[in-house]
Write a protein of this length. Sequence first.
Length: 397
Amino acid sequence: MAGRVIVHLDMDAFYAAVEQRDRPELVGRPVIIGGPVRRGVVSTASYEARVFGVRSAMPMAEALRRCPDGVYLPVDMPRYVEASRGIMEVFHRFSPAVEPLSLDEAFLDMTGCETLFGPPDVLARALKDAVSEAVRLTCSVGVASNKFVAKVASDLHKPDGITIVPAGTEAAFLAPLPIGRLWGVGPKTAERLQRLGLVTIADIAAADPANLRARLGSLGDHVARLALGLDDRPVSPDGERKSVGSEETLAVDVSGREGVERLLRDHADRVARHLRGSGLKACGVRVKVRYTKGFVLATRDGRAGAPFDDSATLFREACRLLPRLELDRPMRLVGVAAFDLQESGQAAQGDLFAASGDEMRSERVSRVEHAVDALRERFGDVVARAARVPRDRSRDG
Ligand SMILES: [Mg+2]
């Protein structure tokens, strides 16, 4: 899959940073979050504590020995979860495809969003600013053409860093780094490789793949690919069923069908654009709203007649679900998601021979929107309005 834009965001010393944010007297002090001193381990150490050599997963007793004047605090999970929710909400504002790795870390697939958010450095800055505004915490950002390189990048200039790896420079970027940075290479494997004279990622990239396979088995092929900066795993959005969604917590409540439809139209546009950018089609459509009163979440699922990747079909199917929601109640969040995903290539053939009008229309609109994507790519958002032509025509469909 060529030309992907993958972002990895990682909050800086997350638990400790939340404590320092909420208790200003802790700012600038070594703060260590973890289990009981006798048996527990360190969950997070603030950067001030790291100066003393305190690290995550270190026994608390050892941390205490290295940093006797540190502030030791128990894990306060509900507060970190709350901060995490705020962070993830920001991520979802930027991309319909967010894959959380933990409370404070996620991949975002931003493929096809360049015209919306600008080049990677501008995008990274905007993400950091939005996170900082929402939760008053700093994070580090890596932007690259795949997950592995983006994750390595985000870690390189911590804290509060931005690291961009332009497409085509992945292998050069990785070359000087130690082999322990490769996923799947733990301390034991690293030691074995070092004994063979393989110290940097460049050494792995230059090694004979057959030799690596002989030494490492199936891991050999895996690390050889990573060392070249190759990784085609998709960003898998959250949820048991993999889905691509777009939603927004509103500054002002919305109610009534018309207002909801207007929001769904924009969300459908973003989701469909993302599907096309990722080479995916979906069959499932989900509408999600959160009622203001009682904070109650409601979702309704439906299915399109055939796999689709155009916003017209997604919007039409989403609207079909609206009668099953109470639209006159005030809502503070509206969103739409496409699920039951498959690769576009897999879906393409059958559609053309399908008889139903819906399917033919979906295929036709999809082609128009693909063409619009290509124009947008070349000429920017001037073309965006053209997308309304096929979309509006399908409304009565
Ligand atoms: Mg982190």
